[in-house]
Design a binder for this molecule. Sequence first.
Ligand SMILES: Cc1ncc(COP(=O)(O)O)c(C=O)c1O
Length: 394
Amino acid sequence: MTGDATRAVHGPERRVVAQEPLVPPVYRTSTFVLDSAQQTADVFAGKESGWTYSRTDNPTSQAFADAVAYLEDPSGVAVGQPFGSGMGAITCTLLALCSTGSHVVAPREVYGGTWTLLTRQLSRFGIETSFVDMTDVQAVADAVRPETAVLWGEVLANPSMTVSDLPGLAQVARDAGISFVVDATFASPVVCRPLEHGVDLVVHSATKYLGGHADATGGVVVGPTALVERVRTVRVDTGSMLAPDEAALLTRGLATLPLRVTRQCTTAAVVARALAEDPRVARVDHPSLPSHRDHALATRLFAPGLFGAVVTVSPRGGREAGMAMIDRLQLVKRATSLGGTTSKAVHVPTTTHVAMDAATLAAAGILPGAVRVSIGLEDAEDLIADLLQALGAE
Ligand SMILES: Cc1ncc(COP(=O)(O)O)c(C=O)c1O
């Protein structure tokens, strides 16, 4: 008979559940029990498959990445790896592909976190980045140098919803013998599957559409085994793993991804049209609009009728008008991020793009009043009514 403390710690003999649970169990454990010293050695050496430690690999976290890979590549060839955040995925990807002296070509409009990573952190290790106009494929080709290791792209840019010419950019990367990595966060695999257009690696902030409920943070990298394994190694070494509880929430989100994103994109197109017709609005950025510079490209690359679910509306009256619009919102939440069930809005120049001065904003085509709206699952009529009233008196 063992003592109370030992019984409390170890419990009775565990029931082994051989039956398949409908919902995958959450492996909320930091480590795994192995059968023998030899098996432990073999699993650590990679000679035998098995789980050792959850910073390295965890079944719940891996199941999430496998599920995303299956959405990105229905043929089942691509593999996925999970990360603790989108930035974790981006950092590990860039560290895997670059060394001191490497050069990166990235979009002028790249997501702020990626921009900061490249300019504030990786630059300290001798990794230099050229930020270019990604809509100009020739300019991208001209920016490539002998030491360029990565062409970084985004399927849909923030906040302009500019669409990347993925096949054209993939050709540039192939000609130069460099990796083409795309951040597909704003699109999700429901709107676009970049691997089908020649992209080498796809990264996502799973915090957005993949999870879809604004209650979990995560990231994922998807692509061919050899490349993804290199990124995984950096994750293991730097500790940017997705926790199993977060993974379970994100996996639950995936089940409704096509339903949510289809609905959000449809609503976004209706909202964009209504706002574009209003005389108080200087410009609406959404690729569903024939007036958007990339309407034709999006129609070619994206799933039929889907153009993303972020709408950027720039009221006439500049910065004050944009901030006043944010203050008048009643239904749409004043919050950053995107992809959740609740619609959210931010004034771009004072939040997501606050690091840019007026000239840089102008060069990037961002108007001083720009308000980025992430469309949620509410009724389109209610969103339109809120956004129109938030524009205020003419
Ligand atoms: C396009 C894009 N990529 C990456 C990220 C970073 O993701 P996370 O916040 O999960 O680290 C974000 C976050 O807003 C994003 O919008």
